[in-house]
Ligand binder design. Structure first.
Ligand code: ADP
Ligand code: MG
Length: 260
């Protein structure tokens, strides 16, 4: 399988460690992960397993403590925060459980916001925001504020906002966590549709039903990838207490803890 610079996402032995007093928490422990353009992926695992940490690194909101991250072939460690913010604005869309909409602004104004940062002219901004809201089925709600919309509608506004700069990568962290099951289905269908139209989509979820809607499921446990439906051999190696990439002589402390 080709896993060269052409991959959209490539993490190599990426770790993320948090220092809390004397305690070091390995939120991510030497993760290797490759995502090709056009994939639709679920990252699943228990609370605290490192899903959000991984997603934040993929989205360049955070940096690995060690290891490397190549986004669209480019090593992220060489970029300063301004360059990263620019890349994030152009290449990455985010959707969060809590929608993160500006409460005082209309749906249309919320969707226009990323284009303001990207320097798109006002008339074009308006045109593209309207098209994005039509695409998510909110043609008749453009001038509503978030408080005048249902949870599912608010998440649709957030999804319209996330795709309005035509990102290469759409990252969603528990996007259906605040929605009822019928609305969850609608939002998942929307992600599938965006994926069919060419956007690479990664959905973090602890809900197995959500994961069932994607082509590839990656499972985290204690900061490790313990299974990846695209690379079934990873599971075997990790069950033997070995990291697929580094094959250390002793199992990691995180894995020890999970087994004890
Ligand atoms: P998930 O999204 O799978 O629930 P997270 O990625 O949020 O998990 O967290 C992974 C681990 O890292 C957890 O043990 C969590 O407590 C720890 N962690 C996350 N963020 C921080 C932080 N800012 N400071 C210290 N520890 C953190
Ligand atoms: Mg999380």
């Amino acid at each position: 399988m080709p896993e060269h610079a052409a991959s959209l996402v490539r993490l190599e032995r990426a770790t993320r460690t948090y220092d809390a007093g004397d305690l070091r928490v390995a939120a991510l422990a030497e993760i290797d992960l490759t995502i090709q353009s056009g994939e639709l992926i679920a990252i699943t695992g228990a609370s605290g397993s490192g899903k959000s940490t991984a997603l934040n690194i993929l989205g360049t909101l955070d940096r690995p403590t060690s290891g490397r991250y190549f986004l669209d072939g480019e090593p992220v460690e060489g970029l300063d925060d301004t360059e990263l913010a620019r890349i994030r604005n152009r290449k990455i869309g985010f959707v969060f459980q809590g929608f993160h909409l500006l409460e005082r602004n209309t749906a249309l104004e919320n969707v226009e916001l990323p284009m303001i940062y990207a320097g798109v002219a006002p008339r074009e901004r308006r045109r593209r925001a309207q098209a994005a809201l039509e695409r998510v089925g909110l043609a008749t709600r453009m001038h509503h504020r978030p408080g005048q919309l249902s949870g599912g509608q608010q998440q649709r506004v957030a999804i319209a906002r996330s795709v309005v700069n035509s990102p290469l990568l759409l990252l969603a962290d528990e996007p259906t966590g605040a929605l009822d099951s019928a609305t969850t289905q609608e939002v998942l269908e929307l992600f599938s549709e965006l994926n069919r139209q060419g956007t690479t989509v990664v959905i973090v979820t602890h809900d197995p039903n959500v994961a069932a809607h994607t082509k590839r499921v990656i499972t985290f446990r204690d900061g490790h990838v313990v299974s990846d439906s695209a690379h079934p051999t990873t599971v075997v190696l990790l069950q033997a207490g070995l990291s697929a990439a580094s094959a250390p002589s002793s199992p990691s402390p995180q894995l020890d803890r999970s087994l004890s």
